[in-house]
Ligand binder design. Structure first.
Ligand SMILES: CC(C)(COP(=O)(O)OP(=O)(O)OC[C@H]1O[C@@H](n2cnc3c(N)ncnc32)[C@H](O)[C@@H]1OP(=O)(O)O)[C@@H](O)C(=O)NCCC(=O)NCCS
Length: 282
């Protein structure tokens, strides 16, 4: 599914990469290629002892976090696209659970029943509406994935590595990119100067539950702290349940919830906004 995005964006990306120097500040902070083997994880000593995990056939591979490099582009776009699209079923169920949506479907069923007098026809109409709603949600989710890829994964070097106080990191295990996260100036202008925004958090399915996202999160917090910011902010969709658990377990506080548009509001889509106050900061 993500294949065509990658191909399309590869072409754009190649024309944008001019081989300009990587932002030195960011590289110094993380140390490209530097092993961060002492990152505390859910299981202490995870990286050194390689315990076995239920459901996985082999021992856990150690991981490291390093700054993004041009060669990671395809892996990063694919991982991010998959990370978004995997939430489509959850978004659909979320919509179906909402009383307003249930009323609409019930209303449709009763209206067709009254008009046709046939339960079978009414059921078919309901099935059609449910299928339509699925495609509507799938398209909206797909649209979001493309927007995100276009908005700031199209030219990663310019957005994350050359921009002030921004960076993109990847988690690498067994020579492959298995996780990613970025830090940028906040979308909300009123937050600029006080906070950095965490973006594009994603971990490959096979590598989840090993503390990689927590390590990536800490990397962003440390980066913000070292640059004198007092907070890290982020936004996540209402159906990113594990991400919400992750951020709350890291000490992020939910500050608000908003629907990006009227259509989102109709489909019960909303964004949750989180904030982490860096301890000891002004
Ligand atoms: C959310 C995500 C990044 C977590 O990655 P991960 O490497 O598995 O997370 P970690 O192993 O570091 O777990 C950290 C915490 O996250 C929470 N968490 C992670 N997966 C969870 C799950 N399936 N259910 C509930 N909580 C979960 C837990 O609080 C966990 O802490 P704990 O182990 O002390 O309980 C990963 O599931 C993912 O990439 N999902 C798809 C993309 C996405 O939703 N991105 C977020 C966009 S804002």
């Amino acid at each position: 599914m993500a294949g065509w995005w990658v191909e399309a964006w590869k072409v754009f990306a190649r024309s944008h990469w001019g081989g300009s120097p990587v932002q030195r500040e960011a590289r110094d902070t993380v140390g490209s290629g530097q092993w961060i083997s002492n990152v505390p994880t859910r299981s202490p000593g995870l990286n050194s002892v390689c315990p076995r995990v239920p459901g996985l056939s082999g021992p856990m591979a150690p991981f490291r976090i390093r700054q993004y490099e041009d060669g990671d582009y395809e892996a990063v776009c694919t991982m991010f696209g998959r990370g978004i699209m995997e939430h489509t079923p959850a978004a659909y169920i979320h919509m179906l659970k909402h009383p307003q949506a249930q009323l609409h479907f019930l209303g449709l069923f009763l209206a067709v029943l009254a008009a046709s007098g046939s339960v079978l026809v009414s059921l078919l109409a309901l099935l059609l509406a449910l299928t339509g709603a699925w495609f509507c949600i799938w398209s909206l989710w797909n649209y979001y994935a493309q927007q995100f890829l276009c908005n700031n994964l199209l030219d990663i070097r310019r957005t994350y590595l050359e921009a002030a106080d921004s960076c993109l990191w990847v988690a690498e295990a067994e020579g492959a990119v298995v996780g990613m996260v970025g830090a940028v100036l906040p979308d909300d202008p009123s937050e600029r100067g006080h906070a950095l925004q965490l973006k594009r958090m994603s971990v490959g399915r096979e590598y989840r539950g090993r503390g990689i996202a927590k390590a990536l999160c800490r990397t962003v917090i440390r980066f913000a702290q070292e640059r004198g910011y007092s907070a890290v902010v982020l936004a996540t969709f209402m159906v990113h349940y594990s991400a919400q658990q992750l951020y709350e377990s890291m000490g992020f506080r939910r500050v608000s919830e908003r629907s990006p548009s009227l259509l989102d509001s109709f489909l019960q889509f909303s964004l949750l906004y989180y904030r982490y106050e860096i301890p000891g900061s002004r």
